[in-house]
Design a protein around this ligand. Structure first.
Ligand code: BT5
Length: 322
């Protein structure tokens, strides 16, 4: 019923709805309406009330609420099932639990704060409350385990397209899993899979996107390498709008790029946004360190690095510095 009251206020955003209308439409007493209004106000919704005119929600606050997250979400798989936490260890860890117990494809776990946010190789991911998008999406793609890097590539392109659409910002992609702006990291992606060589049981794609963090919100040790939408654009953004945009773009990339063999097209978009293509880089990979020219990306999502002796090394995962 709380959701229904909120939906009515959202349907009339910026306008008053009378208590009587709400009570009649939802079949609850005026006292019950007032109770839900008080509840929503306590959650941070700024609702004006007037004895004559009723209730008015002036603007949509930046709250992670299932109603706000699913309203107008135009997807058929991703985000049809959402789990929201005010604080959690790691959304990836939670999504893996859910995936193991059979959660359906497209299930999304979102947290306002992570206290054990993780990056690759056991690194930590800074995830303070109320300021970022810390979310994980469960996918069950029909790919071989060799093609897993494709998932990260698809997601990076989706985040970049979503940011263009919902935040009017042009970002670059730094292989394999960084979305960057002005050379600094705006978003990191962590893809974890439970797979056998020929089949992926599930993939959990974690997205950490710095939205409304100020420079001071970033711990000192990452201030030189990290940024946020707020720092780049000088204003705050509504996280739910960006989340919906990411889910929409991801679903498109998933259906057209990963499922229907359209990966070559997706790779073109990735290359267009790549900040390393054609540049001299250093890569620290699992098999050692390499220097050379980033020549291209393989259909499996690997990086082709042309070494100084002319050989081309195919690298599946690693950290790149320019
Ligand atoms: C990543 O790892 O970039 C993957 C980050 C994935 C985070 C999401 S949040 C939702 C989901 N749940 C999780 O627990 N994780 C995922 P990697 O490439 O290893 O980069 C990690 C490095 O980025 C750290 O060692 C820091 O140097 C830097 N870093 C940490 N927090 C950052 C932040 N908020 N913004 C930018 N850089 C950060």
């Amino acid at each position: 019923m709380r959701d229904a009251v909120l939906s009515m206020l959202l349907d009339n955003l910026g306008n008053f709805v009378s208590g009587e209308d709400i009570s009649r439409q939802l079949g609850i007493t005026r006292a019950a309406v007032w109770k839900y209004i008080r509840l929503l106000q306590s959650e941070g919704y700024l609702i004006e009330s007037s004895t004559k005119k009723g209730y008015c929600l002036r603007q949509v606050p930046d709250i992670l609420d299932e109603v706000l997250l699913t309203r107008g979400l135009n997807t058929s798989i991703l985000g049809r099932n959402v789990e929201i936490h005010s604080s959690i260890g790691s959304t990836n860890a939670r999504a893996k639990e859910l995936a193991l117990s059979g959660a359906r494809e497209g299930t999304v776990v979102i947290a306002d704060e992570q206290v054990q946010g993780r990056g690759r190789l056991g690194r930590s991911w800074v995830s303070p409350p109320g300021k970022g998008i810390w979310m994980s999406v469960i996918l069950r793609p029909r790919l071989s385990s060799q093609q897993v890097p494709r998932i990260t590539i698809m997601t990076a392109v989706a985040v970049a397209n979503a940011l263009k659409r919902s935040a009017q910002i042009d970002v670059g992609i730094k292989w394999p899993n960084d979305v960057v702006c002005g050379g600094k990291k705006l978003c990191g992606i962590l893809t974890e899979v439970h797979a056998e060589p020929e089949v992926i049981h599930y993939a959990v794609v974690g997205i950490g996107l710095n939205v409304n963090l100020s420079f001071e919100d970033l711990p000192e040790d990452i201030r030189d390498i990290a940024t946020s939408l707020r720092i780049e654009k000088g204003k705050e953004f509504n996280r739910a709008d960006i989340i919906k945009s990411i889910l929409q773009e991801m679903e498109k990339g998933y259906l057209q790029g990963l499922r229907d063999d359209g990966f070559a097209g997706l790779l073109k978009e990735y290359e267009r946004r790549s900040v390393i293509l054609g540049k001299r880089i250093r890569v620290i990979g699992v098999d050692g360190q390499f220097s050379g020219y980033a020549q291209g990306f393989g259909l499996d999502g690997s990086l082709m690095l042309r070494l100084d002796d002319g050989r081309v090394e195919r690298i599946l995962a690693g950290d790149v510095s320019l």
